[in-house]
Design a protein around this ligand. Structure first.
Ligand code: GDP
Ligand code: MG
Length: 448
């Protein structure tokens, strides 16, 4: 998976405080491969990675993330943005009915989606009407009627109950669409869903028909339904439908299959239109509002890393970080109070061990994990609390008798006070190095 591959890339990023072009190139190369694996169209991948690289190199270095994580976060943010940002809702008409037209190639999943959408909207208290405008394919009207029945939603069709499966209903789909909308208005349905015909490939006649239907009913939404398995063809198909019917939103169908959803990124990127719904099976309930953030992690296949990044960012206390940074500038001494604050900052980052083992490239040794034992942080806290304020500020005065007193006061053995003071001295040295421009080695949340 991409996670595994990025882990390898991140190893090379360890110990660096800022993003260099070489760092970014390595990560971007892995992202490019992942996008191609997810069947994102080649020109889209090219444009996307170029944009990510540019952003990664221009952005300020994060306090909370290491460079590899930072690039991944940029990639994720960009994916979410292109896929539509926040989930977009159906644009409801001020004066009902809201008219929703479906468009897409034959077999894309329009008629199935019509039933799903109708059922979903009905469940939200709407009173939809389905309109059958695919008068091309034998049995298409019947198929919508079956779906309508399952959804408990009425269907407007030119020939209710076509007698033979093989007899295509006659009539003008533009007229049917217009009459269907009138019917909805008359019978006070608040939403009309207009199913249309598609061809196996993009075809001028079909596109003209769809454009004519659009012009006749002036829909509030035109949803372009596209099979998630379409792969590289997504670009041409989406472009043709965007030019032909100027759709307002995208529905990705057959996401229950093997497809990683690269088509979503291709379509959204080429047309600038948001993905609104996902179809995930043949049953009417296999339908979801589309969540750009979830799709982004599906495309990149790295949910774990993203969770980790979110956690690290949330728990990194900005104020505390700024206070520390200011201290370095002031060249003040790093005291035991600071050491304790730092430990508590680390503890705040949640389940530490799990985080450290999940973190790609963190390369945490067993020994380091032991050092981050949370109970040990408790003991350090107890030890520091048993010191006088003066001892905390000027630790070098803590001699043998003071150590014995502190050990007694905090309920630990003197050797623990000793080793804690040793670790403090180490941390103090590290802080001095950082103050003079080095990194923050081995600290979660630091630039590991
Ligand atoms: P249309 O030609 O665009 O109206 O497409 P249909 O709605 O007739 O769907 C074509 C085929 O794909 C049918 O066999 C559907 O059952 C199937 N189908 C539609 N949506 C999905 C989906 O989300 N997942 C799966 N597995 N099959 C689907
Ligand atoms: Mg159909």
């Amino acid at each position: 998976s991409l996670s595994d591959r990025l882990t390898a890339t991140f190893k090379n990023l360890r110990g660096k405080g800022r993003l260099t072009e070489a760092d970014v190139d390595g990560t971007v190369r892995e992202i490019r491969r992942a996008l191609l694996d997810a069947d994102v169209a080649v020109p889209v991948v090219r444009e996307f990675t170029a944009h990510v690289k540019e952003r990664a190199l221009s952005e300020e270095v994060s306090q909370a993330l290491n460079p590899g994580q930072q690039v991944v976060k940029i990639v994720n943010d960009e994916l979410v943005r292109i896929l539509g940002g926040e989930t977009r809702r159906i644009n409801l008409a001020k004066n009902p009915p809201t008219v929703i037209m479906l468009a897409g190639l034959q077999g894309a999943g329009k008629t199935t989606l019509a039933g799903k959408l109708a059922k979903w909207l009905k469940g939200q208290g709407h009173t939809p009407l389905l309109v059958a405008c695919d008068l091309q394919r034998p049995n298409a009207v019947k198929q919508l009627q079956v779906n309508g029945e399952r959804a408990g939603v009425p269907v407007y069709a030119p020939h209710p109950g076509v007698s033979s499966e093989f007899e295509a209903p006659t009539g003008d789909p533009v007229v049917v669409a217009r009459n269907g909308v009138s019917e909805a208005r008359q019978k006070q349905h608040d939403i009309v869903i207009v199913d249309t015909a598609g061809r196996l490939g993009v075809d001028a006649d079909m596109m003209q028909q769809a454009a004519d239907i659009r012009a006749a009913i002036n829909p509030h939404e035109v949803l372009f339904v596209i099979d998630a398995m379409i792969g590289q063809d997504a670009v041409n198909t989406a472009q043709a439908f965007n030019d032909g019917v100027n759709f307002t939103g995208v529905v990705l169908s057959k996401l229950d299959g093997d497809a990683r959803g690269g088509a979503a990124l291709s379509v959204a990127s080429i047309t600038g239109k948001p993905v609104m719904f996902a179809s995930t099976g043949e049953n009417l309930d296999d339908f979801e509002v589309f969540h750009p953030d979830r799709m982004a992690s599906r495309i990149l296949d790295m949910g774990d890393i993203l969770t980790l990044i979110e956690q690290a960012e949330k728990s990194w206390d900005k104020d505390e970080a700024e206070r520390m940074a200011k201290k370095f500038v002031d060249q003040e001494d790093f005291t035991l109070e600071d050491f304790l604050a730092q430990m508590q900052q680390i503890r705040k980052m949640g389940s530490l061990k799990k985080m450290l083992t999940m973190m790609p490239g963190a390369q945490v040794s067993r020994q380091q994990l032991e050092q981050f034992d949370e109970r040990q942080i408790d003991r350090i806290e107890a030890i520091v609390r048993s010191m006088t304020p003066h001892e905390r500020r000027v630790p070098k005065i803590i001699n043998g008798s003071r150590r014995a007193r502190i050990a007694k006061g905090s309920g630990v053995h003197v050797s623990e006070v000793n080793s804690m003071l040793e670790r403090f001295t180490e941390a103090q040295k590290m802080m001095k190095r950082m103050a003079s421009g080095g990194g923050m080695p081995g600290m979660p949340g630091g630039r590991a």
